[in-house]
Design a protein around this ligand. Structure first.
Ligand code: IMP
Ligand code: MG
Length: 370
C-alpha cells in the first residue's frame, strides 16, 4: 500500500484517483439535472474545496456563477468548535439559488456556520454538495444533499484536503496511518533466557508481556468466567479449547488499549492458534510483527539446565532425560510456527548464547528493523 509522509505523520492511500473522479461525476450528474435552468451560484468553501469545485464546475453544462467563502475550524488534526469567517461571499447572494461546495463534512460545524450565513443573506434556496462525508462524525441535523463518497471517521488528505498545509495536491486520498504496534511472538527453548529477555524488551520498547501461563494462572486463581471454564476442561484431563485461551488473551489485550505492542509468550503453539491470534490482532487493526526465537545449541541448554538444577531444586531441571525431552518438545512446536511465520517473512532466529546484554542487542537489531 502506497504511503506518504507529511510533516511528522504517515498516511496510506485509501481511495484512488479513479474513485474520486467517479464520485465527482456522480455529483455532477445530479447537479446538472437539478440546476440546468436556475443559473445557480456555486459557493466554494476555501481552501480545501477548490479542487473538487474546479472538477465539478467544469462538468456543469449550463449558466452559473461562482463565489467563494473562507471559514476556518481545523488546526492540524484537531478540530475546534469555533468557526470564524475569514472571507465572506461576494457579491451578495440575496435571492440566489446557491450550491455550497465543500471538500468534506466532518462534524458539520463548518456547514452549520455556512448555513447561518446563507440564511442571513436571504438566499432563495441552497443545497450542500460535498466530496466526502463522514457519517460517524456528523452531529448536525442538516441534510447533506449531494455526497461524493461516504468515508470512515479517519483523518484524510489529498484532492484539496490538507494536513497542516500539505497534501492538497495529491490526486488520490490518503488516510492517517495508525502508529503500528510491535507485536512479537517470543520463542526460546527451556534455559535460553526467554523470561529475562522478555523483561528487558518490555521495558525497552514499552511492550506488554503476555505470558500465557501467567494468564491462565491468574484467571483460574481469580475464578474468572474464563478461568472457571478452562479449569473445567483441565479437571477432566482435557485440553483447553483454543477459543477459551484466545478469549483470555483478548481480555489481556483489551486491558491495554494504549500499548505499543505485546510480547506473546507461550502462545501460539499450533498453526490454528497462530491463525486465531492473527484474527484477534486484525480485529484491533494490528498484526504479529515477528516471531523471534532464541537459538541455543542443545548441549549448551542441557548443561545450563543441569547447572540450574543443582541450585533451583526444580525436579525437571535435574534429570538429563527429562531435559532432553523438553527440548525435543520445544523444537517440535517451534518447527510448526517457524514454517508458518517464515512464509510471511516474519521469522527471526537470534543467537541466544552470550551475555544478557549481548542477546538483547541482537534482539533489538531485529525489533528496530520491524
Ligand atoms: P467540520 O466543520 O467538522 O464538518 O469539518 C469541516 C472542515 O474541516 C473541512 O472543510 C476541512 O477543512 C476540515 N476537515 C475535516 N475532516 C478533515 C480530514 O479528514 N482531513 C482534512 N481536513 C478535514
Ligand atoms: Mg474546508
Amino acid at each position: 500500500m502506497k504511503t506518504i509522509q507529511l510533516h511528522d505523520l504517515t498516511f496510506e492511500q485509501c481511495i484512488s484517483n479513479t474513485e474520486v473522479q467517479q464520485a465527482v461525476n456522480g455529483v455532477a450528474v445530479l447537479i446538472n439535472d437539478e440546476y440546468k435552468d436556475k443559473r445557480p451560484v456555486f459557493l466554494t468553501v476555501l481552501n480545501g474545496a477548490f479542487l473538487f469545485a474546479s472538477e465539478l464546475i467544469k462538468k456543469f453544462d449550463c449558466e452559473c456563477e461562482m463565489s467563494f467563502i473562507k471559514v476556518a475550524s481545523y488546526d492540524g488534526l484537531e478540530q475546534s468548535d469555533e468557526i470564524f469567517t475569514v472571507m465572506g461571499a461576494e457579491p451578495s447572494l440575496k435571492g440566489r439559488d446557491v450550491v455550497v461546495i465543500e471538500d468534506i463534512v466532518d462534524s458539520g460545524n463548518t456547514i452549520e456556520t455556512i448555513i447561518q450565513i446563507l440564511e442571513q443573506e436571504e438566499v432563495a434556496s441552497f443545497k450542500i454538495a460535498t466530496l466526502f462525508y463522514k457519517p460517524e462524525a456528523y452531529t448536525k441535523p442538516y441534510t447533506i444533499d449531494y455526497i461524493g463518497l461516504e468515508i470512515a471517521n479517519d483523518f484524510v488528505v489529498g484532492f484539496g484536503l490538507d494536513y497542516k498545509g500539505l497534501g492538497r495536491n495529491l490526486t488520490a486520498i490518503y488516510k492517517l496511518k495508525q502508529p503500528h504496534m510491535k507485536n512479537l511472538v517470543l520463542f526460546g527453548p527451556p534455559g535460553a533466557g526467554k523470561g529475562t529477555q522478555a523483561d528487558v524488551l518490555k521495558e525497552k520498547y514499552d511492550l506488554v508481556h503476555i505470558s500465557t501461563g501467567d494468564v491462565f494462572r491468574y484467571n483460574i486463581k481469580n475464578a474468572t468466567e474464563l478461568g472457571t471454564l478452562a479449569k473445567s476442561y483441565m479437571d477432566k484431563g482435557q485440553l483447553v479449547p483454543d477459543t477459551v485461551t484466545i478469549d483470555m488473551l483478548n481480555a489481556e489485550v483489551e486491558k491495554n488499549p494504549n500499548a505499543n505492542g505485546f510480547i506473546f509468550d507461550g502462545f501460539p503453539r499450533t498453526e490454528a492458534q497462530a491463525e486465531a491470534l492473527a484474527t484477534l490482532l486484525a480485529s484491533k487493526s494490528t498484526e504479529v510483527a515477528a516471531m523471534v526465537a532464541l537459538e541455543v545449541d542443545d548441549e549448551v541448554l542441557v548443561q545450563r539446565l543441569l547447572e540450574r538444577g543443582k541450585t533451583s531444586g526444580r525436579a525437571d531441571d535435574a534429570d538429563e532425560a527429562v531435559i532432553r525431552n523438553r527440548i525435543k518438545v520445544y523444537y517440535a512446536e517451534t518447527a510448526i510456527l517457524k514454517g508458518y511465520y517464515e512464509k510471511q517473512n516474519k521469522y527471526f532466529g537470534v543467537n541466544g548464547v552470550g551475555s544478557v546484554e549481548e542477546i538483547t542487542a541482537r534482539l533489538s537489531t531485529v525489533i528496530d528493523a520491524l
